[in-house]
Design a protein around this ligand. Structure first.
Ligand code: HEM
Length: 139
């Protein structure tokens, strides 16, 4: 599927440009968002290097390049993230991807983002609180 995205729809350079545009757009919208903006503001020391890391991640995830070799989950463990942030993160990502990427690439990116959002959420909030909501600690 990833190879098909790359070969059938566009060359690598165009795909890399679309990924950079998507990451830039996501952080534009996210920075202005009342829920995510303060988290980004507090925790991202320098935006440009961060955008590059995240673009490298997507290049690795969607095109199979090796520029990103990190472990994204671990980076999120100590961030001030609440369970409500995930739905917002995903909906802003979908918007950014739809605006900036050709359809096949956007579809692949959104599927990966959807899956990772679920994995991050269940990894960071593995328990349920008294009301049955995901929680960092047991009830
Ligand atoms: C609640 C939702 C999320 C929030 C608020 C959030 C916020 C952040 C912040 C603030 C950083 C920078 C951390 C630092 O430099 O110390 C970061 C890094 C990153 N995030 Fe997220 N994130 C969220 C979900 C996701 C998801 C679902 C993905 C995967 C598609 C993702 C991918 C990444 C990547 C690749 C990095 C860079 C990791 C590295 O430095 O190696 N994030 N995120």
């Amino acid at each position: 599927m990833e190879a098909a995205v790359k070969e059938d729809v566009m060359d690598n350079e165009a795909a890399e440009a679309a990924i950079r545009a998507c990451v830039k757009r996501f952080y534009e919208i996210g920075g202005a968002d009342p829920m995510l903006g303060p988290v980004f503001e507090k925790t991202i020391a320098e935006l440009e290097p961060h955008l590059e890391i995240v673009a490298n991640f997507w290049s690795h995830a969607l095109l199979g390049t090796t520029r990103y070799q990190g472990t994204p989950f671990g980076v999120h463990v100590n961030l001030p993230i609440e369970v409500e942030h995930f739905g917002r993160w995903l909906s802003l990502f979908k918007k950014a991807a739809a605006e900036t990427m050709p359809e096949a690439l956007a579809t692949a990116a959104i599927a990966r983002a959807d899956h990772m959002t679920q994995c991050f959420q269940s990894g960071l909030f593995p328990f349920k609180d008294a009301e049955g909501r995901p929680s960092k600690v047991p009830a």
